[in-house]
Write a new protein. Structure first.
Lengths: 112, 110
């Protein structure tokens, strides 16, 4: 069965620091990978997604993620975080249709 | 184009009461889902539907029922609410590639 793990439960950074959130998945077949963001009190919004092609994916708000097939990883990065990036971040794996699996989430707190 | 909408936004129930949560989408998506979100546990799939008139169990279906009588609507029912069902419920729809989420319903069962 497929699964998604996220290494960090809570990350605290100062503004302008660089961010990397880990995501690993377990599945042997072709997968689609996603990062969603949930701002406090809001619903999940899509940050970026990878289906195929260039393994370095750029999303909204300056975020990017790199798919490394050999490591089963899809880490999220941002070179310089802002206070407004404070949110919870979810990595997800999809195979289309009903097969979407979410990681437990990483809470990011950015200190002004 | 409203995307995915959910009603109500917030509800308080007493143990044993019943209620229905409504999800609506205007993107003509075939797939719809109900998740619950609890602290430290991410999103867990309750039930899903692959098209009008179909439903299937997800990871945590017990205590919930669903119906998909119309393509655009997906209803989640609690027949006899329990405190363990206190949670935030999210509906989503999918075009087979990407899921789009509603704003959530916060449910408190006393």
């Amino acid at each position: 069965a497929q699964s998604v793990s996220q290494h960090n439960h809570h990350v605290i950074l100062s503004e302008a620091a660089s961010l990397e959130l880990g995501c690993n998945y377990s599945y042997g077949g072709t997968v689609n990978l996603f990062w969603y963001v949930q701002y406090p009190g809001q619903h999940l919004q899509l940050l970026l997604k990878y289906f195929s092609g260039d393994p370095l994916v750029k999303g909204i708000k300056g975020f990017e993620a790199e798919f490394i097939k050999s490591k089963f990883s899809f880490n999220l990065r941002k070179p310089s975080v802002q206070w407004s990036d404070t949110a919870e971040y979810f990595c997800a794996l999809g195979q289309g249709g009903q097969n979407f699996v979410f990681g437990p989430g990483t809470r990011l707190s950015v200190l002004p | 184009n409203a995307g995915v909408t959910q009603t109500p936004k917030f509800r308080v129930l007493k143990t044993g009461q019943s209620m229905t949560l409504l999800c609506a989408q205007d993107m003509n998506h075939e797939y719809m889902y109900w998740y619950r979100q609890d602290p430290g546990m991410g999103l867990r799939l309750i039930h899903y539907s692959v098209g009008e008139g179909t439903t299937a169990k997800g990871e945590v279906p017990d205590g919930y029922n669903v119906s998909r009588l119309k393509k655009q609507n997906f209803l989640l029912g609690l027949e006899s609410a329990a405190p363990s069902q206190t949670s935030v419920y999210f509906c989503a729809s999918s075009n087979l590639e990407t899921q789009y989420f509603g704003p959530g319903t916060r449910l408190l069962v006393l």
